[in-house]
Unconditional design. Structure first.
Length: 218
């Protein structure tokens, strides 16, 4: 098994392709020709998303059309995927306009972008794929529809809930500082310190390197 990261031009968002035995899972899909070339001789079984924001979902519809793959998401995320004001596609171009330090990608944004899940879960789901265990668990703080994606016992795809930079997950519209501190961080502090974290932006890290982790056992 291997994990292939791909940095998209949408806020340098990380998409991850998990490959095992010629089969692939896609986490937080962004679609372009380079990605298609990575996957052209593979079987794309499923897409997963860490949350509903446009930079993490912009490739969903094109991947469905090109590879016939399905999307699994939690119910809260799925509701927001279908609303441009909730998935933030409505405001994405304006966000770039107001952030002078960001280089705006040279392609048009889909300001009314919507997509939907083909399979929906409540709170958490666990399943087997190519001999590996995937566990998705709803996690509050960054968005209404956020979740962690665990791969076996060693790897966590955290989306924007845990980032290497000192950015707290609640510092965004739809975020919840209180839930992050009172629910998410106690849960995180019970996870193994050597867990490999693959975040939604920036470089990966071991969980014990995260600035808020203290390894409490509560």
């Amino acid at each position: 098994m291997k994990i292939v990261p791909y940095v998209s031009p949408l806020l340098d968002q990380n998409m991850y392709i998990i490959e095992d035995g010629g089969h692939c899972l896609i986490i937080d899909p962004y679609y372009d020709d380079d990605v298609v070339n990575l996957l052209c001789d593979k079987i794309v079984d499923l897409m997963l998303v860490t949350h509903e924001h446009y930079d993490h979902i912009s490739g969903v519809n094109q991947f469905k059309k090109r590879f016939g793959c399905r999307l699994l998401a939690n119910a809260k995320c799925n509701r927001n995927l279908q609303k441009p004001t909730k998935n933030f596609s409505k405001y994405f171009e304006a966000y770039y306009e107001f952030q002078a330090d960001l280089k705006k990608p040279d392609f048009p944004f889909e300001s009314d972008y919507v997509c939907c899940a083909d399979e929906v879960f409540e709170e958490s789901v666990r399943f087997q794929w190519q001999g590996n265990t995937l566990h998705l668990k709803e996690i509050p703080g960054h968005s209404e529809g956020g979740n962690f994606i665990f791969l076996n016992a060693s790897t966590l795809f955290s989306g924007d809930i845990l980032l290497a930079e000192n950015v707290r997950a609640g510092n965004f519209p739809g975020g919840d500082h209180k839930a992050f501190e009172e629910i998410t961080m106690p849960y995180v502090n019970n996870l193994p310190p050597d867990l490999s974290v693959y975040p939604g932006h920036g470089d990966g890290f071991a969980l014990n390197e995260y600035h808020g982790y203290d390894g409490r056992k509560e």
